[in-house]
Design a protein around this ligand. Sequence first.
Ligand code: EPU
Length: 423
Amino acid sequence: MEKFVINGGRRLEGSIKVDGSKNAALPIILGALMIPKGESVIRNVPPLRDIFTAIKVMEFVGAKVSYDPKICVMTVDASNITENTAPYELMRQMRASFLVLGPLLVRCGEARVSLPGGCSLGSRPVDYHIKAFGDLGAEISEEAGFVIAKASKLRGGMVYFDRPSHTGTENILYGAITAKEQTIITNAACDPEIIDVAKFLNASGARISGAGSPTIVVEPVSELKAVDYTISGDRLVAGTLMMGAAITGGKVEVSGLDPDWMSIVCLKLLEMGCDVSTTDSSITVTGPSDQNKLYPVNITTFPYPGFPTDLQACIMAVSCIASGTSYIRETVFVDRFVHTMELRRLGADVAVSGAEAVIQGVKELTGAAIMAPDIRAGAGLVLACLAAKGTSELLRIYHVDRGYYRLEEKFNQLGADIKRMQS
Ligand code: EPU
């Protein structure tokens, strides 16, 4: 296993372009299983552990996949789907694999998908996906840890999510595309990745309107065709790098994404005393050089366009050295505070009660040995180590590698001192 050895206290400065978005790439490459003929080309696919897990799932069901991580280009030929089952061994590695349910059901008329695994973010049910496929006309049952969905052709219809579900919305989009009738998804997730998925599907012949809003309308088409599509930049990697500027009093320009996706994150960094400026495709964050000028913040995580739960650990790391008391309320995954124990080992003063964290800013963090509990918590801890005095060791970085391609190289390019070593 590998670890990061991080010498903290260096100011980050420079420009960096983000990779393609993991949370857009996963549904798009799995969505390519919907295309019954020809070879699709998907560009800007980031070389992450989760992408390689998705490739295993796709190959298991019979798709021909080639991927060149050097140029981030993947080709998918799903002409010959031979298997309608996604086994536990593959599903347990990544929750997003549940996105295979829609494509397999549409292609095979029956899908048997093991209930998923993934990050431990408390209870992460898939009941919305299951109910919504039922609303589209699928016959659903559960057997020995598998969800079994059957429908020779889905009907379409009205789907309502009790709360916006990111992958739930994507899964239902797949189901709706070739259904018999129109589908209207109400209270859909509005994340930029949903827009990316809809653009990909529309480029392959689907008729989806309203993606990015809470109401999505899908007019049925008979079949999708092969496509050449480029995935958008990763807003979560961007947010992590922006907070690197905030926590080290540095100046970082991130490019390769639409700054509008980061509005709330920019607003919160402004409230904390950072300077933020944008162009059409980049954001520059300058952190206050005097730590006393890093102000505390109140955050409530919320589905997009609210503050992303995926950047909660990162902003908590920044708030650990702010001059005053910050409050963070987690409303998306209420158990998502696993990083607080590790932050305390670095000297942070964080108290958690239920879904709320109170962070009393300290003068400085100090290096320690800690471990990454999941992808985004791991990224937050890297940030804390960048600010900490002395040397830190971050263990279990395989979690970080699931969502960030060589995060240490990105930070080192900006002036950090992070070494990847065997632990
Ligand atoms: N929920 C249910 N039932 C469901 C589905 C969701 O109760 O059937 C609840 C969840 O428990 C949660 C809320 O609804 O409380 C929202 O969950 P959502 O379905 O939106 O999450 P997801 O689709 O499983 C995606 C991202 C996560 C990100 C969340 C929230 C992908 C592959 N994953 O997960 O990303 O945290 O949306 O934005 O897109 C990550 O990248 O590290 C990551 C965990």
